[in-house]
Design a protein around this ligand. Structure first.
Ligand code: UD1
Length: 340
């Protein structure tokens, strides 16, 4: 039985496709809006409806919202490379801030009032205390984090002024893959740690750079709160269900999503070596600018408000589900090399 329709903007991306799966499996009619610049057609799940749509082309959004009646929107389409955001800030303003404005404006024009936003722990910057809760000051260290903070503020004004209910979800470090193996797309030229470690395991990359071994952490490497992408996806579903109850008076929340546990770069590499059985050579290099030593979430508010509980909090589970995808690619990669 179909409950309601939702639009997932950026639903052909890594996190977006997992979000689409959570909604589809819960009985929603799912519309995927994506321009496929970073997402892949292969990530568009069966049982969902694809619309080629660009958040920087308002007419393409209007075409969608003008013809489809959806109860709410999950907006994930964005640029997300922290280093790149410092070099090409205007591109990040356009994609992340103006793009978000365009989605909200089109929703407003067509009377759609429920909005779930893909935000980031990058809004906090270097933490003053741990674990980081939502009362922590917002001092992003990089332009990517600023675009997320700026968008959150704009979204909250849309709540006050035009009655759009919203929940901004501040992800810590998203990793892992769907346990059923339905989502198999990978990112090309990834910047994040685990996909790079996996590329190293299958021999596409000859080593992994460890960005700093002199942090004030147990083994000297950066500690992050890794959260399974399927847990993140489930939080979007719960957030939408919550927002849909806020029809009379618009609600606005910003909530952390993390496992509330930290793992260091070396711990990730060690566990990856054990799981993959591969060597995964490392090279210790200088710190990446703007990288804090430790980021760990308090997710208490998401637990209290949404009733969210992350289920896959074991880092080995996150690595194993990722390895399942890369292992298969490895065979395809070497089969194609042998043919040439
Ligand atoms: C950053 C953002 C996060 C955002 C994510 C999206 C901050 C503080 N965090 O996460 O909000 O959602 O990007 O991409 O801005 N590392 C290596 N070698 C590598 C790659 C990474 O040692 O080749 C280390 C990093 O120094 C860090 C850890 O691995 O300690 C995780 O890095 P990464 O996966 O890039 O994520 P964040 O930078 O934590």
């Amino acid at each position: 039985m179909i409950l309601q329709s939702v639009a997932i903007v950026g639903g052909a991306g890594y996190i977006g496709s997992h979000v689409a799966k959570a909604f589809r499996d819960d009985g929603f009619e799912v519309h995927i809006l994506d321009n496929l610049s970073a997402g892949a057609k292969g990530n568009v799940l069966s049982g969902t409806i694809f619309h080629h749509c660009d958040i920087l082309v308002p007419s393409s959004l209007d075409r969608f919202f003008g013809t489809q009646k959806v109860a709410g929107v999950v907006h994930l389409a964005a640029r997300k490379a922290v280093g790149e955001s410092m070099n090409i800030p205007l591109v990040y303003t356009e994609a992340n801030v103006i793009g978000t404005h365009n989605v909200l404006a089109s929703m407003y024009r067509y009377g759609c009032k429920h909005f779930i936003y893909s935000s980031s722990a990058a809004v906090y910057g270097t933490p003053d205390y741990l674990p980081i809760d939502e009362d922590h000051p917002l001092n992003p260290d990089n332009y990517y984090g600023y675009t997320k903070k700026c968008s959150e503020e704009m979204i909250s004004w849309y709540g006050k002024l035009v009655g759009i209910s919203s929940i901004s979800l501040r992800y810590f470090n998203a990793v892992g893959y769907d346990h059923a193996g339905e989502i198999r797309g990978i990112e090309s030229n990834p910047n994040n740690l685990l996909p790079r470690v996996m590329e190293c395991a299958i021999g596409v990359r000859d080593h992994i750079d460890v960005f700093g071994v002199d942090f004030d952490t147990e083994d000297g490497t950066g500690v992050r709160d890794y959260v399974h992408v399927s847990d993140l996806a489930n939080a979007h579903l719960l957030a939408m269900k919550y927002a849909l109850t806020c029809s009379e008076k618009a609600c606005t929340h910003s909530l952390n999503l993390g496992s509330e546990k930290g793992a260091s770069v070396y711990e990730i590499i060690k566990a990856s070596r054990e799981i993959t059985g591969r060597k995964i050579p490392t090279k210790e290099v200088v710190r990446r600018p703007g990288d804090p030593a430790t980021l760990i979430a308090s997710s208490q508010q998401a637990m209290e408000i949404l009733g969210w509980t992350p289920k896959h909090t074991d880092i080995r589970d996150m690595i194993e589900t990722t390895w399942e995808i890369y292992k298969e690619l490895e065979s395809a990669y070497y089969a194609s090399k042998n043919r040439t």
